[in-house]
Design a protein around this ligand. Structure first.
Ligand SMILES: CC(C)(COP(=O)(O)OP(=O)(O)OC[C@H]1O[C@@H](n2cnc3c(N)ncnc32)[C@H](O)[C@@H]1OP(=O)(O)O)[C@@H](O)C(=O)NCCC(=O)NCCS
Length: 163
């Protein structure tokens, strides 16, 4: 059974569950490069307050994934960020469903014609996932981690305009 996906806002009540999703500093770096591991509900709520539509995906009622709009220019474009999935529920289509939900939200609520996101070059799983959904790379930026390691941040975008 694939299960039922539902979506709610991030709240002080569900933030601790989401903050427990990144399993190690690398996963937190992929999701939120400025976060400090172990991630906490407080860090998550503080960053969410500066972003748009912080969204929790639930699979059969269980907190399963999280994403926000990191940047939003209504009528033009939205940038999805802070994407992470509950480690117990990975490879069950949670991220794909959540991305589809965020794209529909961007299109219907905010009227954008383009959705963007950024993914580190080491994050093969996420690159393959986003590419399979139709995101294409359009730029590469250098990003330095806390340990001095330089990564390539792949900037991806998708045209979501209704023609
Ligand atoms: C990357 C991540 C969000 C994927 O979430 P998920 O819910 O497991 O992904 P989905 O089940 O929707 O995967 C959809 C497709 O993406 C690809 N994919 C996902 N995880 C993969 C992996 N570990 N290895 C290879 N391909 C992968 C596959 O094509 C998959 O389809 P399939 O399972 O039918 O083969 C999750 O692993 C995660 O939270 N990682 C840590 C934080 C992170 O990297 N966030 C992304 C920041 S840009």
């Amino acid at each position: 059974m694939p299960g039922t996906f539902t979506y709610t806002a991030l709240t002080p009540e569900n933030a601790a569950a989401v903050a427990a999703f990144p399993q190690n500093p690398t996963e937190l770096f992929y999701m939120f490069p400025r976060g400090k591991f172990p991630f906490t509900a407080d860090q998550l709520l503080k960053t969410a307050a500066t972003r748009f539509d912080p969204t929790v995906c639930h699979l059969d009622g269980e907190p399963a994934g999280y994403a926000v709009f990191r940047k939003l220019e209504p009528g033009v474009q939205a940038t999805i960020g802070n994407v992470v999935v509950n480690p117990a529920l990975r490879r069950r289509g949670v991220c794909k469903a959540l991305m589809q939900h965020m794209i529909e939200l961007a299109r219907t609520k905010h009227g954008v014609s383009e959705v963007r996101l950024a993914v580190f070059n080491e994050n093969t799983a996420a690159i393959l996932l986003y590419a399979s959904m139709g995101f294409t790379p359009h730029a590469v930026k250098a990003r330095t981690g806390d340990d001095g390691t330089v990564s390539a941040l792949l900037m991806m975008r998708m045209d979501v305009s209704i023609n």
